[in-house]
Design a protein around this ligand. Structure first.
Ligand code: ATP
Length: 366
């Protein structure tokens, strides 16, 4: 098992800096997901961990040993590509035995090692089958088994299920997560799919343009995003952003919407954060659609809106409303079906909001 520490990693391709000063501690037995849009440096980071790329700066520690300059073959790390790509003419046994055969292990040893791995993965009963006779989940187990027989310290997976159709991907996600729990090996998993990241990762490291934006549990990155990028990238639909500035009226601090005569009153905790900001400081109030409530009846706290459009998903509806000149998405029960243009009211759960500095994009929450 392995702890992987990345210290100030920089990787350049000519003038392009693909990974910029990355610091990341991946704990022993952890399932860490590297998440971010295409080109953000996820694969480059994974290749640096594996030894397929050597970073230009920084250190990579594997279980306390500096492996920065070691070749991939000297690192005891398995880089697993597509999990369903097995040799079709070989049986499950032969597929798993393949790397050991290549290393010229004797037959008895190969039999023992394959049996051990098959027992952990619970695939002993299918060792004589060919890949075409396997379910998707079993195929994944076999592919991992092929990597496991080499007894790697960690598994690196680069979009292993990315090209599968949505339904199959869902099944594979569950299987992979369960497998990780059963095997308990340190795993670094690359994806650009935030749903996959949220559902599988113990922690998620979110990257953008080569820079690590935030690392945290799915709950942390969802409810306490470090910046606007993370707030927008995580969640579907993403967080609502309302442009505003601080405004004091009658001794009470509120947020005034940019361009509209609308005030959002702040509770004590938020007021103590915002009062440190300059009067004209441009801020962004972030709130998730499920933290906004929708009503056609006026209430004390309700903000006047009009319905712009509603989208049905079956299990819930997303209603887009106009709050002054800005748009807000509200998540409601599927039974809420207002007509376009209807006047309505929304309430924001101020215990669940984030506030960002518009210019830097960083959160000002403590
Ligand atoms: P994707 O999901 O599209 O694979 P990614 O987040 O994994 O994206 P990387 O593949 O790490 O991103 O690429 C990061 C940046 O480095 C990109 O701009 C890419 O074009 C560039 N890059 C990656 N590999 C090379 C290479 N061998 N030579 C030159 N540029 C490269």
């Amino acid at each position: 098992m392995a702890e992987i520490i990345l210290e100030s990693i920089v990787k350049r391709y000519d003038k392009l800096v693909a990974v910029k000063n990355l610091n990341l501690d991946i704990k022993d037995k952890e399932f860490l997901v590297l998440l971010g849009p295409s080109g953000c440096g996820k694969t480059t980071t994974l290749r640096c961990i594996s030894g397929l790329e050597i970073p230009d700066e920084g250190r990579i520690m594997l279980d306390g040993r500096n492996v920065t300059k070691r070749r991939a073959s000297q690192r005891d790390i398995a880089f697993v590509f597509q999990l369903y790509a097995l040799y079709p003419i070989l049986t499950v046994y032969e597929n798993i035995a393949f790397p050991l055969k290549a290393q010229k292990y004797d037959k008895k040893r190969i039999k023992e090692e394959v049996a051990k791995v098959a027992e952990i993965l619970q695939i002993t009963h299918i060792l004589n089958r060919k890949p075409k006779e396997l379910s998707g989940g079993d195929m994944q187990r076999v592919a991992l088994g092929r990597a496991m027989v080499r007894r790697p310290k960690a598994f690196l997976l680069d979009e292993p299920i990315g090209t599968l159709d949505a339904k199959f991907r869902e099944e594979m996600r569950v299987e992979l997560k369960r497998l990780h729990i059963d095997i308990g090996a340190t795993t670094v998993y690359v994806t650009h799919d935030q749903v996959e990241a949220m559902s599988m990762g113990d922690r998620i490291a979110i990257m953008n343009q080569g820079v690590l934006q935030q690392v945290g549990t799915p709950y942390e990155v969802y409810s306490k995003p470090n910046n606007l990028f993370v707030a927008n990238f995580i969640g579907s639909p993403g967080m609502n952003f309302i442009n505003c500035v601080p405004k004091k009226k009658g001794g009470k601090l509120s947020l005034a919407l940019e361009k509209d005569d609308i005030l959002i009153p702040l509770n004590k905790a938020l007021a103590s954060i915002v009062e440190n900001e300059h009067d004209s400081k441009k801020l962004v109030l972030g709130i998730r659609p499920e933290d906004v409530s929708f009503s056609t009846k006026k209430s004390d706290e309700g903000l006047d809106v009009t319905v712009y459009v509603s989208e049905e998903t079956g299990s819930y509806n997303i209603i887009d409303v106009n709050l002054g000149s800005q748009k807000v998405k509200v998540r409601t029960l599927p039974t809420v079906k207002p007509a376009i243009g209807d006047p309505a009211y929304i309430e924001l759960d101020m215990n669940r909001v984030s506030i960002f500095d518009k210019e830097s994009g960083g959160s000002i929450m403590k």
